[in-house]
Design a protein around this ligand. Structure first.
Ligand code: SF4
Length: 430
């Protein structure tokens, strides 16, 4: 098969992988080297279906011997197959890079022959790229089940590695991806965490300590192909952040790619909105000090698709409101819908000069159309309605249009913006 045709097949096959953001990893060019990975990150482009891709986002191969039911590349699917050679991927990357088409490589693969063989091929690609002085960003997918030594070795050459957790429970993994084992996913994640921490400790002592996954590790979870609730999903993410120091968990709304009676048939749009709500909930975990069990509980195991998760939480906890904006702590400010990281910081700073009024909050950037139901300013309430859950809910119901959901998902992928501007800029004031 012509290289051009391989590229068409294998870039198309990679479009379902959403964890392709740049990491903000920063490496300068070296004398005689080629390119750099700067914190301005990778140029992103957007696919038709709204996924974020770097220009060279490819699979090494889609000739997969596994048969994961949710996957378009599964063995039993009749689809066009192709496999690069390591040399082809290296040449393509270097050529695209030199022409300024891309700022890095995102490389994943189906399981060719077996996990070890596949990982060896991927390792060869990234090792050769670095040997040829390629300093651009590399995000590599680790292959679950491959020898730990191969996965470890690849970590020495790439900026970020991710092993997909795939599904929110072991039971679903066994049902939908029977060839994948939970331990083959979690053990390498744990090993990578140790290595990354070691590298970070070494770097404090020797600035020139050899880099090991400077962009950390991420993972991806498919949402909607199995019956787990948002609570199950968010608890799992919380564990991944807390115990495995995961940089990001990406949620990918299940997209039916072919007929399969063991998977839910989805004709409508809710999965994308659910994915959006999960990203918002994830944001609340990571930046707003919420825990999964505060946001959701067995009585309300799923986010309300009509409300953003912070409004949903606030309405469920109305006894904590209204909060006097001139008195409450930074942590409490972050709990008010419409007050985000940036505006909470500005409120604390501005309060040092005197009490704030409603107009001041507007100037600060508080989203008053949400916040006004949950605050008082100098003792005055501006919500205009009695504080009852149903009253407030009626005012706050908001179904984002599809292009708004897509946009916010795009923004979420841009960690370069996150690093420069802070979480408020990326997600808005939740
Ligand atoms: S291992 Fe599973 S998810 Fe990955 S490409 Fe093969 S069938 Fe798809």
């Amino acid at each position: 098969m012509e290289l051009q045709e391989k590229l068409r097949v294998l870039s198309d096959a990679a479009k379902y992988d959403v964890s392709c953001s740049s990491s903000g990893s920063n490496r300068k060019n070296t004398p005689g080297g080629l390119g750099n990975a700067s914190e301005s990150g990778i140029c992103h482009s957007w696919t038709e279906d709204g996924r974020c891709v770097s220009l060279l986002k490819i699979l090494f191969s889609n000739e997969c011997v596994y048969d994961c039911l949710y996957c378009t590349n599964k063995r039993s699917n009749a689809t066009q197959r192709a496999t690069f050679t390591p040399e082809e991927v290296v040449e393509l990357t270097l050529n695209f890079y030199k022409r300024n088409y891309i700022e890095g490589l995102f490389l994943s693969s189906g399981v060719v022959k077996n996990p070890d063989f596949t990982m060896e091929q991927l390792l060869k690609v990234v090792k050769d790229l670095r040997t040829r002085k390629f300093n651009g960003y590399i995000h590599l997918k680790g292959i679950p089940g491959a020898d730990a030594k191969l996965i470890h070795a690849a970590g020495n050459y790439v900026d970020r590695m991710s092993i997909n957790i795939e599904l929110p429970s072991e039971k679903s993994l066994m049902t939908l991806a029977p060839q994948k084992k939970k331990e083959n996913i979690l053990l390498p994640m744990a090993a990578m965490k140790e290595e990354i921490q070691q590298y970070q400790a070494d770097k404090k002592i020797h600035r020139s300590a050899p880099a090991y996954l400077p962009g950390g590790q991420t993972t991806q979870m498919i949402v909607g192909a199995s019956p787990e609730s948002d609570l199950n999903i968010l608890k799992l993410s919380e564990g991944l952040y807390n115990q495995l120091s995961m940089k990001r968990v990406y949620y990918s709304a299940y997209i039916p790619t072919n007929e399969n009676s063991r998977l839910p048939s989805i004709q409508t749009k809710p999965p994308l909105l659910r994915e959006h709500r999960l990203y918002q909930g994830d944001w609340l975990l990571r930046f707003y000090g919420f825990s999964a069990k505060e946001l959701l509980n067995p009585k309300n195991p799923n986010f309300d698709l009509d409300l953003d998760p912070k409004c949903f939480w606030a309405i469920e906890n109305l006894e904590r409101f209204p909060m006097e904006i001139n008195r409450v702590s930074y942590e409490e400010l972050l709990r008010i819908p419409g007050v985000g990281i940036r505006s909470a910081g500005k409120i604390i700073k501005a309060r040092r000069m005197g009490s704030l009024n409603y107009q001041d909050l507007k100037k600060i950037g508080v989203v008053l159309k949400r916040a006004k139901y949950f605050i008082t300013c100098k003792g005055k309430y501006f919500g205009g309605i009695s504080i009852y859950p149903e009253n407030i809910r009626r005012q706050l119901v908001q179904k984002p249009k599809e292009d708004q959901i897509q946009l916010s998902i795009f923004d979420l992928y841009s960690e370069s913006i996150l690093r420069k501007e802070g979480p408020g800029k990326v997600m808005g004031e939740l």
